[in-house]
Design a binder for this molecule. Structure first.
Ligand code: GCO
Ligand code: MG
Length: 402
């Protein structure tokens, strides 16, 4: 059996997605997500200009060899563009393998460890009252775990909170919008938010929060310490992890569980964090960290240190990644939680999929492969539109971490 055709499909049903489609000489095809928010076309070019020509004629069933060929063989290892491209190929090959075997990918990985994948939803509010209302709404919808983000008085715009009630989209059409960030205000208001949320809904729901890399290590330690009475499920991206040692400082001060890794693209980004037990959840995701083949290595390594998975799942990860994540989450023994930010109806129409939300969990049927498809005719009606994540500046105008 041979790989006959490789294509990318770029579509914007409200936001941009890049999808890889690999077809074999026997007509079986597989899909992989290659979306890298704000850098979509670089991944497409990496795939089309540098990877596709090398894969035609190879046996699609040798996905480990193809992974190693793309990783070791490229000489220039890692980086988000490369690892997203590798991930897309890897996902598509797992999809093909599942279809050939007539089994879901979770069966190929080792079968089901659980019936459903617990997800966390996004409760956002422009102020505390609106955020609490959103938390209550999520509880009514069955969510067991809820991420809470709120506007901060005195700041025009805060990460994770949209302009309108409810919805927020992590990319905007046109050039990157600029926002102003004020750490002191944020540190003052966030513990207050969680005090009110616990008061309103009690201690049953798991509560999560994303600090989105905005804090220095000692500020992060302060936040995590202040949040201790509210028994967080986790605080995410408390400080940037470029320097993995930073997390030791947070750990020394607080027992609030820590999650990190949505921007990581390989096991090397989290090696020390995991080995030194500086984190509790690893958020690296299938699309940005080399696919199922590489995430499996990360998860197994993490299991040795009782670190659990908590994969990224914002709307910039296409339904193809979500399908892969559900398959992975059904299998992986050290599963923690999966992020769920529901896609728009149009996105779901472009990518018909088998996984579905049921009472706080994502579940799927026994369908071959990843259980996701693409409607290419509909996709073609929504061409690429330039879009970016915002950037953040401090009050004095200096660039800060988005
Ligand atoms: C999350 C993330 C997103 C990212 C976005 C970047 O926790 O879901 O932080 O909001 O900012 O996915 O592309
Ligand atoms: Mg995040």
């Amino acid at each position: 059996m041979k790989i006959e055709r490789l294509e990318t499909i770029v579509t914007c049903p409200g936001r941009n997605f890049v999808t890889v489609k690999i077809t074999t000489d026997e007509g079986v095809y597989g899909l992989g997500d290659a979306t890298l928010n704000g850098r979509e076309l670089s991944v497409r070019s990496y795939l089309e200009d540098h990877i596709f020509p090398c894969l035609v004629g190879r046996d699609p069933r040798n996905l480990e060899d193809i992974w190693q060929y793309l990783y070791r063989g490229a000489y220039w290892r890692r980086g988000p563009v490369t690892m997203t491209a590798i991930a897309a190929i890897d996902m598509a090959l797992w999809d093909i393998l599942g279809k050939l075997a007539g089994m879901p990918v979770y069966r190929l990985l080792g079968g089901k460890s659980r019936d459903g994948v617990m997800v966390y939803g996004h409760a956002n509010g422009r102020d505390h009252a609106e955020a609490i209302e959103a938390v209550q709404q999520h509880i009514e919808e069955g969510y067991k775990a809820i991420r809470v983000q709120s506007g901060v008085p005195g700041m025009d715009k805060v990460y994770g909170v949209g302009k309108a009630k409810g919805h927020y989209e992590p990319a905007q059409k046109g050039l990157p919008p600029e926002e102003t960030w004020d750490t002191a205000l944020y540190l003052r208001h966030t513990p207050e938010l969680f005090r009110k949320v616990r008061e309103a809904v009690g201690f049953d729901p798991h509560l999560l929060h994303d600090a989105h890399h905005r804090l220095t290590p000692i500020e992060a330690a302060r936040l995590c310490k202040d949040l201790e009475p509210y028994r967080m499920f986790w605080v995410e991206d408390a400080t940037p992890a470029d320097n993995q040692e930073s997390f030791r400082l947070i750990r020394q001060h607080s027992t609030t569980p820590l999650a990190v890794g949505e921007v990581f693209n390989s096991i090397w980004d989290c090696k020390d964090l995991i080995k030194e037990q500086l984190i509790d959840y690893i958020r690296s995701t299938i699309v940005h960290a080399g696919g199922i083949t590489h995430l499996r290595r990360i998860a197994d390594f993490a299991a040795m240190y009782q670190v659990r998975t908590g994969f990224h799942g914002a709307t910039d990860l296409s339904p193809v990644t979500m399908a892969a994540a559900v398959n992975f989450g059904l299998w992986v023994p050290n599963f923690g939680v999966q992020e769920l930010m529901p896609h728009s109806e149009l996105t779901d129409e472009v990518f018909p999929h088998n996984y579905r939300y049921e009472d706080g969990y994502l579940v799927m049927d026994e369908v071959p492969g990843l259980g996701v498809d693409i409607d290419e005719v509909l996709a073609a009606k929504h061409p690429y539109e330039r879009a970016y994540l915002p950037v953040a500046r401090l009050r004095d105008g200096a660039m800060w971490n988005w």
